[in-house]
Design a protein. Sequence first.
Length: 206
Amino acid sequence: MKGVLDTKGIFLAILFGAVLQFSGGTGYLALMLVFFFLAIIVTKYEYEIKKEMGLYEHERGWENVLSNGLLPSALAALSPAIGPMPFIASLAAVSADKFGSEIGVLDPRDPLSIFSLKPVKPGTSGGMSILGTIGSLAGATAIGVSAIFLFGLSPTQALIVGLVGLAGSIVDTAFGVFEEGGLGTKGTTNFICSLAGAVLGYYLIS
């Protein structure tokens, strides 16, 4: 993980991994690892172009690990009472957000603000693009498909996980507008994204 996370980020990731393994089980840890490796792949995709745009983030810190891993770890611990769907859907949402951010900046057309529908600079929180939206759906669906093998989801449930993850990333985008205005941080927006996915997963997927 060195070179992908800083030292504090690595420590926190190991801690969350232990929580997932001992409170949820191997399937929970494995799905988190799927998200982690997908995030690495999509971050490095066309990284030269992202570097030129000033949008390439190579090594992530503990804040990023905390905002993406805290809620899923808590949901894994609560899974005996609420089941695995909130955990799966929360990971689908953060995966959708990650894919949307990393792929969306490569869209040749400027993204549009989710509220004003006016063009904004690539990488602006609160902006959406066609390519980014497609990427978000792909990232969330990848989690859903992985959950077929790890949790026994049906293909229909996996598809719903993909749609729920996309919805969570749209909530993230909406709150990103407030982030651009100085209310909240990227970490709080990421947490809201995972929370939106968890809530939707709990109520919409059975």
